[in-house]
Design a protein around this ligand. Structure first.
Ligand SMILES: C[S@@+](CC[C@H](N)C(=O)[O-])C[C@H]1O[C@@H](n2cnc3c(N)ncnc32)[C@H](O)[C@@H]1O
Length: 271
């Protein structure tokens, strides 16, 4: 498995990179090109589905450096976070990897006066994906490994990559709380936020997603937002966990979906 695969780069981004390399375009130029694309994509979404999304200087740079996350999904994350900031509470990310989406969320918090006192709680084993459960069926073999079991341990990234990204972004260190370890343990270990306004759940597999959602249900109020990545993509466990959670909460959480062009993820709002 090459470095790009270990980092979780989607085949679409990899194809883009290879095409650029064959044209003699290096990494720096590629980010600049993607930044221009991100600006254009944001302008298009703002004309329709995300008309309320407020602009932010530097967002296109963060969007251009996402790894395995589409610009469209990044924009939906920013939009959901902006809505959630009408509520009190901190921001969580479950499944951080190298920290590209953490940096996007940090940038949004820094640019919004309502975000200036919020803490960023980042949950990750930093050991990659765990063993899948029986509920995780492989529906998209993203790294071409053949079986779901073969994905255990993939996407492993060093914690220092996240710390460096947030430091480079100028996000105050005292507001970053990295909860390192398996989530079934870390959601039971202090310190933890007492109230959460927004969470991005990107664990890929059924059980950790369900564990995170159950815990979030205990620390959220009406108006809180959650984005669950990979609904109907890679492992069908993400969809199973989300559907199960929404059904058992009996109307407490409203489920909606983005425009198909943005990718496969679910939007949850507490009502
Ligand atoms: C898809 S990656 C996250 C990508 C990141 N959100 C981004 O877009 O840049 C999934 C991450 O979840 C972590 N993870 C998966 N299951 C976990 C669990 N049960 N407990 C803690 N971390 C877990 C993995 O270590 C991996 O870093």
């Amino acid at each position: 498995m090459n470095l790009l695969q270990r980092l979780g780069l989607s085949s679409r981004v990899e194809a883009y990179r290879q095409e650029a390399a064959s044209d003699g375009i290096g990494a720096t130029e590629l980010v600049a090109l993607r930044e221009g694309d991100a600006r254009e994509i944001e302008a298009l979404y703002r004309m329709g589905a995300l008309a309320q999304l407020r602009e932010r200087k530097g967002r296109s740079r963060d969007l251009a450096q996402l790894i395995g996350t589409s610009v469209g999904e990044g924009l939906y994350l920013c939009d959901a976070l902006q809505h959630a900031l009408d509520n009190a509470g901190d921001v969580c990310e479950f499944g951080v990897a190298q920290g590209a989406t953490s940096r996007l969320l940090a940038g949004e918090l820094s640019a919004d006066t309502r975000g200036h006192d919020r803490n960023l709680w980042l949950f990750d084993s930093f050991e990659g994906l765990p063993q899948p459960s029986a509920k995780d069926k492989l529906i998209d073999d993203i790294f071409k490994l053949g079986t779901m079991d073969a994905y255990a341990g993939t996407m492993r990234c060093a914690r220092t990559l996240v710390e460096t990204k947030l430091r480079d972004a100028g996000f105050p260190e005292h507001r970053v709380h990295i909860k390192q370890g398996w989530v079934e343990e870390t959601i039971r270990t202090a310190p933890l936020p007492s109230k959460v306004a927004f969470a991005y759940v990107d664990f890929d597999f059924y059980q950790p997603i369900l564990d995170a959602l159950h815990w979030l249900d205990t620390v959220t109020e009406p108006g809180a937002r959650i984005v669950v990545d990979d609904y109907g993509f890679f492992s069908d466990g993400a969809q199973a966990a989300t559907d199960e959670f929404v059904a058992e909460c009996g109307g407490r959480w409203q489920l909606s979906f983005p425009l198909p062009s943005a990718g496969k993820f679910a939007l949850l709002q507490r009502v």
